[in-house]
Design a protein. Sequence first.
Length: 374
Amino acid sequence: MNNILFLTNKLLIGGAEMIFVNQINLIDKNKFNPFVGLLYSTNKKDNLYHKLKISDNKIIHFNFKQKLGALDIGGIIRLTKFLRQNKIDIIFTSLFEANFAGRLAAKFAGTKVIVSSEHSCYYDKRYWQKKVDWFLSFFTDKIVAVSNEVADFTSKQEKIDSKKFKVIKQISDISIEGIFNRNELRRQFDIPINAFVCGSLGRFSPEKAQYKIIDMAEILVYDLKIKDIYFIIIGYGALHDELLRLIAVKKLEKYVKIIKDPGLAKEYLVMLDIFILTSIREGFGIVLLEAMNNGLPCIAFNVGGVSEVIRDKESGFLIDNNHKQDFINKILFFYKNKSLMHEFSLRSKKSVDSILGKIEDLEIFFMSLWKSKK
């Protein structure tokens, strides 16, 4: 049995963090002995600790200092000692700081298999971060990317040999518990039962660009005079108040609703007719799979690995070149063609299994790397 450390920054709610948790929960405990490593602890109530199916004594906080980040030498020493003392065979890191500290410590500790991961096309990486990733790639056995687009982008941006990358699609629990009733939710948020509802789910952050949803709502409601179309923006994050302010400025409080409930976010999908994603950067788009699994046709800008999820004109529509009017036209297509929307819905739900990653792929990958080092 191989001892493996899954290492990330902290367990706040987020797409990459949820994938991290699912990998730990699903990995075969008869083949691997997993530990959870976190650079930082958190006191925020919106976290994922309760989702972990692992004993508390296997969750290790390395207590890196926030001010120093991954450059905390004390934290790196503690991590190195842990790897040695617990005879960790494989380290699998997630997100930049953990990728940095984890790979460095693993090299010092002599850990046999060192694997990092990339979850998105990070256009905003600083020059020094790119150089660090390039340098550490020489001590990394493989870099797991969630999509071909992410692998190609990272390889080119950071000048890392493409052979270093292994594409393993996101492994996630996309089911919903069904705790909400569609009609009751609509009544709760003052939305007519028979209205046409478009919705999005994600962190309220610049790369998700939810302001575009508000802009499109303004055109549909006030320019095109469509009064039975509503928009739901589900999530949490720093831009929450800014989104509310924009809705108020455009006088769209009746037609655009913000739902801040990170713990139950995907449960609100039941109230939607279609799912829309306005992100300007996405690695794979796990929220699309959650929506599709709920039978929702999807419309999204064609960025990152989104094209590996949505089959254009089959399970939804891909919008090229950030073209807002084309996005609006596709919303109107579903609004005007309810029977065709049903066909998209069936194809959307049917295609999910072939797109979602499988834990067995990750297990086989780890074992092959381990055997190559023996």
